[in-house]
Design a protein. Structure first.
Length: 105
């Protein structure tokens, strides 16, 4: 049975956005919404995880959970879904600090 999905992408290759737009509508840049079967959803997510590279992606779709949906992420990201007693919450990770070497004067 088809169900709605929301797929958010950041800094992914254009060919991936094109592939996603075959099955979904890009409502704003990087946000795809569609109604597809679980098989198509899984196929699209596999294509995203194989291609995301240095970008990031997040998939939200209906699931038999307390919240009524499931969250999956791929790529580099600061937000990581964590399960807390059956509820999925988003954990923020710290931004890596890059120290600059000071040049001698």
């Amino acid at each position: 049975m088809p169900s709605m999905l929301v797929l958010a992408t950041t800094a992914v290759p254009d060919h991936l956005r094109g592939a996603l737009s075959r099955w979904t509508t890009e409502v704003v840049p990087g946000i795809f919404v569609g109604t597809v079967s679980a098989r198509v959803r899984d196929h699209l997510w596999q294509a995203v995880t194989n291609t995301v590279g240095d970008g990031a992606a997040l998939l939200v779709h209906p699931a038999p959970t307390e919240q009524g949906y499931s969250i999956q992420t791929a790529g580099t990201r600061r937000r990581v879904p964590m399960d807390f007693d059956g509820l999925t919450l988003m954990r923020m990770t710290a931004t890596p600090i890059v120290k600059k070497e000071q040049s001698p004067r």
